[in-house]
Design a binder for this molecule. Structure first.
Ligand code: ZN
Length: 248
């Protein structure tokens, strides 16, 4: 697909309004930081949408003009309306890219697309994380080196209850001993999905240059190659069929 990649950065945007600690880190919301970075990249145009907007900011019109949707949710997954989830699901199968960040592992849309519980182990201790690039030839890991580190994170540990990724590109090690599949790629229908682990609300993760680089790379990788509505047609044969079946 030609032209710029149209990204909608979606955020639940609740922690930042209610929690002083989070507000200090993300005064205008996480979406503002992610969108701000993406809007500076060549060939990417950005809009944002949040839970409390009408239709969660994801009208048919917005989704029809979205190539890649990024998703961050945590405390209000259940408040996302099923009809909107169905709308996003349909659009992913048609070819829209979806990037699920951190606690979006428990979002309705991610669980619906994965078909599993998407549960994991977690610990909020502010420990160190080392994220290993295990697919240096993959477009999503371009320019990030062999590994990168985040000094203070919430730990996510295995087992992460997901279907085996089509491609696993990042694995995390944590100071407390756990490991985690932190960069996972899938295709569903015509759409590409990327799950990326970093991003807890009380740590300034979305200001990290390497995290932002991975998200930018993922936007380019998940951008649609085709948008094709679902159909299931009855079709005429291309050649005359001479074989006779068992029945007249
Ligand atoms: Zn978290």
């Amino acid at each position: 697909m030609s032209g710029s990649v149209r990204v909608t950065v979606w955020n639940e945007f609740r922690h930042e309004k209610k929690d002083k600690e989070v507000k200090k880190v993300y005064p205008d919301g996480m979406h503002a930081v992610i969108a701000g970075h993406l809007s500076e990249q060549e060939g990417i145009t950005v809009r944002t949408a949040t839970l409390d907007e009408p239709e969660h900011g994801l009208t048919d019109e917005v989704l029809a003009n979205t190539d890649v949707l990024t998703w961050w949710g945590h405390v209000a997954h259940d408040e996302v309306k099923d009809e909107i989830v169905d709308r996003i699901h349909r659009r992913v199968l048609e070819g829209m890219g979806l990037i699920c960040l951190h606690s979006a592992h428990f979002s309705k849309i991610f669980k619906k697309l994965m078909g599993t519980n998407c549960s994991l182990r977690w610990r909020e201790a502010g420990e160190k994380e080392r994220i290993w690039n295990i697919e240096p030839g993959h477009p999503i890991t371009k320019g990030i080196g062999d590994y990168f580190e985040l000094p203070n994170v919430e730990m996510y540990g295995e087992r992460f209850d997901i279907p085996t990724p089509d491609k696993l590109v990042l694995i995390s090690w944590f100071e407390g001993g756990e490991v985690f599949r932190s960069g996972c790629c899938w295709e569903r229908g015509h759409g590409r999905i990327f799950y990326f682990r970093p991003g807890h609300e009380t740590f300034p993760i979305f200001y990290d240059a390497t995290v932002l680089k991975v998200i930018t790379n993922a936007v380019r990788w998940t951008a649609p190659r085709i948008i094709k509505a679902h159909d299931c047609p009855s079709v005429k044969p291309l050649e005359e069929i001479k074989s006779k079946g068992l029945y007249p």
